[in-house]
Write a protein that binds this ligand. Structure first.
Ligand SMILES: NC(=O)c1ccc[n+]([C@@H]2O[C@H](COP(=O)([O-])OP(=O)(O)OC[C@H]3O[C@@H](n4cnc5c(N)ncnc54)[C@H](OP(=O)(O)O)[C@@H]3O)[C@@H](O)[C@H]2O)c1
Length: 230
């Protein structure tokens, strides 16, 4: 049974990814900040009792990452999905910028995916074909010119570079490290007017993430499996 660890699993795209991986008989380690409040996730864990567990994880906290890594140290991880993310606050403009929120956005969207990769590297190395999929955004693409959302855009552009660099470094060890734009998705983040539902996005993401090949290492994909321009 292949295994996957997913961050930010209590709502939005993360929750739908958990559902799909569990339905398709993956061993799922579903992570969120407050498992006791994650009613939908706990219901899924009850539905898929044999192959899914819920774990506490604050992605910016190295103690939280270390504690989970320690409790899972005997487990093999075939796929790590860095999904947890934040928008970066209301004030992200030239006239008014919340610099504290910008820093927090980098902690969550850019630094945490690397930190989590590092924390679970021993588990990934137990896999014969270790893979990492980080949910980025088209808003971080340098070839797409658009104004505003400085904190969010820069954090996603930076995580793209972090993961591309990691892909170069880990290629010799047969890792496949990828990035995904999930679409504009109807979640708390994407809002009600977005293009697609979380289950539509997750279906496309699942299809590609579960069929990653060595040639995909270091690539940025759209949720439908097509490549995204950097
Ligand atoms: N929705 C879109 O249109 C869209 C478009 C492009 C990219 N994305 C990306 O897709 C990913 C998922 O987004 P979404 O739309 O599903 O967002 P969402 O509904 O707002 O969910 C965000 C998830 O991230 C978790 N999270 C945030 N900060 C965290 C932290 N410090 N530690 C642990 N978990 C944390 C949240 O947990 P809590 O419930 O505890 O806050 C929640 O589970 C994000 O990386 C986002 O940037 C989304």
């Amino acid at each position: 049974m292949p295994s996957v660890l997913i961050t930010g699993a209590n709502r939005g795209i993360g929750l739908e990814l958990v559902r799909l991986f569990a339905q398709n008989a993956w061993r799922v380690f579903a992570c969120c900040r407050a498992p006791e409040k994650a009613a939908d996730l706990q219901q899924l864990a009850a539905d898929f009792k044999g192959n899914m567990t819920v774990h506490s994880l604050e992605v910016t906290d190295s103690l939280s990452i270390d504690a989970l890594a320690q409790s899972l140290k005997e487990e093999t991880l075939d796929l790590l999905v860095n999904n947890a993310g934040i928008m970066g606050g209301e004030r992200q403009g030239v006239q008014e910028m919340d610099f504290g929120a910008w820093e927090e956005t980098f902690r969550v969207n850019t630094i945490a995916p690397f930190r989590i990769f590092q924390g679970f590297l021993p588990n990934l190395k137990r896999s014969s074909a270790p893979k990492v999929a980080t949910i980025s955004s088209q808003m971080g693409s340098l070839s797409r010119e658009s104004a505003g959302a400085y904190a969010y855009r820069s954090s996603k552009a930076a995580v793209n570079k972090v993961m591309q660099t990691l892909a170069c470094e880990m290629a010799m060890e047969n890792f496949i490290i990828t990035l995904f734009h999930p679409g504009w998705v109807k979640t708390d983040m994407g809002g009600a007017h977005a293009d697609i539902t979380a289950s539509e996005s997750a279906a496309g993401l699942y299809e590609k993430m579960s069929n990653l090949e060595p040639g995909d290492n270091g690539k940025f994909f759209i949720w439908n499996g097509e490549e995204h321009p950097w």
